[in-house]
Design a protein around this ligand. Sequence first.
Ligand SMILES: *Cc1c(COP(=O)(O)O)cnc(C)c1O
Length: 392
Amino acid sequence: MKIETQAVHAGDRKKPGPPVPVTTPIHTASSYFYDSMEQLDRVMGRTEPGYSYARYDNPSNAALEELMSVLESGHGALACASGMAAVQMAVATALADRRKSVVAADALYGATIGLLTNVLEPAGVAVRFADVWDLDALRAAVDEARPGCILVETISNPLLRVPEIDKIAEIARQAGAAMVVDNTFATPLLVRPLELGANFSVHSVTKYLAGHGDVLGGIVVSDKRHFEALRGLSRVVGPVLGPFESYLTMRGIKTFPLRMERQCANACRVASWLGAHPKVERVYFPADPAHPDAAAIRRLFPANLYGGMVSFEIKDAGREEVFRFMDSLKLVVRATSLGDVHSMMLYPVMSSHREISPKHRERMGIRDNLVRLSVGIEAVEDIIGDLEQALG
Ligand SMILES: *Cc1c(COP(=O)(O)O)cnc(C)c1O
């Protein structure tokens, strides 16, 4: 079945029945009882499938986990309370029986850099950032660091670089490292990292998957080899998503391929319009034939789907001019997220990359005149109209 069909059907309408509700209800119970203690004993011992306590398992979450596992070609999934909890769980599971060393892409979501440098490193995990767009340099870094985990994003934030996931997965495999891919920006409509050899695909479902700006959540989709360890860790750490958010996320995912296609198409139009605007210095967009990763994008992405994110630099602008531009927006929402149905703009220097030192930001190529636009599902003429009046 195709992803559009899977998005609507997978995971839902499980037993008991008849009658079977057409969508999975919100199961709020924190614990479950059985007619016999014998049976509860088997469930708790996990020799019989079943629910016992909501930190271990919950039917609303199980439906969402099955759905995401299908969309990402995984063995199983864990729904978490945030994207960051999901990143943390994936990395912790990857390192559980491996060397406590991570090689990470040198362009990552700000909080993920924070997790690596402010949490994992002080806890004794060796962290090394590497240029994952230079595979020889990456191989050298991996030979030296001998990591237990390699961590990358399918589309980097906010400069929208695209690494060769399949080749990096091969480097990880040869080094005995697990590969974690944050697939939030690409979504499984564009890329399914486990099909390319990754061991974990992680999402902030807060973004495209839930898609309506009303959920904070994350998910880890795992291969077979790591799934038991992931669930085992979750049972003791308890990062699980609440059933209400689970329901909203599943509801959102049913229309996610439709929304994402529209967002991708709108983003293409917006990016080419911006590219021709005299006040725009530079546009970052994966469909650009001059994109540094154009060959990888052609190879890894489906035709005509380049994601819904467009970043651009405003000519001769500093913080003050960027503030003035963003304050002038009437339709595009100035907010710190992405992937919602409405278009949103963020100033990376002030938000997603605020905690990164100016020197590190500079090294990453994130300049003071850079803004990041998450293109929504509105009529593209209206989005462009708003940008046009705000650019002045
Ligand atoms: C938002 C985001 C996260 C963190 O997700 P939360 O749901 O905010 O915890 C991680 N990675 C990427 C790429 C993101 O965009």
